[in-house]
Design a protein around this ligand. Sequence first.
Ligand code: 0O2
Length: 277
Amino acid sequence: MEIQLWKELLQPYEQAVTELTAKFNCLRDEFRKNNQHSPIETVSGRVKTVTSILEKMQKKGIDFDRLEEEIEDIAGIRIICQFVEDIEKVTVLIRRRYDMVVIEKKDYLANHKSSGYRSYHMIVWYTVETINGPKQIHVEIQIRTMAMNFWATTEHSLQYKYKGVLPQHVSKQLEVIADSVYQLDTQMSRVRSEIIDAENHSETRTNLIRDIVTRIENLYKVTSHREVEKIQDEFYRIFKMNDIDELKRFQRHLDVLAEGFRAQSVDYTTPDSGNGV
Ligand code: 0O2
């Protein structure tokens, strides 16, 4: 197969990875904007390299004409979660979607690999719109915690270093570390609700402050700079109190002020002045 053909073959997979990474990132942002804990912490994606595809074909005895049917992880998305509990939430989000169809799952959480590998995999059908029309392709979605990911990336590097044949003492060590990773995830789950509370509090505060700053900026359009400076000073005073309820009160107060200033500016605007509000 010529280089150009590989490029053509991989193009829809590149597109799928770009689209799906953006879609999962949007989901994460939506949770955060709504002051909710996001089960998605980070999202990354990759298209398998030609070398890696060729190696897999060789290993599994796959012909070129069966390549796209048989190799299901040419496009790969990795979703990293903070807690083990988030993994299932992500799988539910995926199953609910109309833009992908789950055709297979591999649960390496319930049954971890002998290497110690833990992760949840879903193979989905995903349709990309190309210049030649729609094309349905396989995408592998790997879902795992940060701790599991730390283990998997380290082990992957070691596999690469030792060309897939790990010395026994290294494999043993990795098994021990895999056990520690499991313990770490379990301990994180125990303090999960406390961590989520703290994160939500911080997210709510960040969103509130962003909203207040926007509202103050909007006030510049309807009242004098001197007036806005006074409001800003008041905001800095309340900000220092580090009290969410005070910030909420101030946010409501800004609404009332904005209404008042807007009403005043309407009163002073003659119908033919051309700058109706
Ligand atoms: P890369 O470099 O990530 O692309 P199977 O058909 O089940 O026999 P298959 O199709 O490889 O085998 O599926 P499997 O086992 O679910 O593996 C798919 C991917 O999961 C692998 O892709 C890895 O990314 C990851 N994975 C699976 N097992 C391990 C493991 O023991 N350690 C690590 N670090 N990752 C693993 P590739 O093609 O192997 O590699």
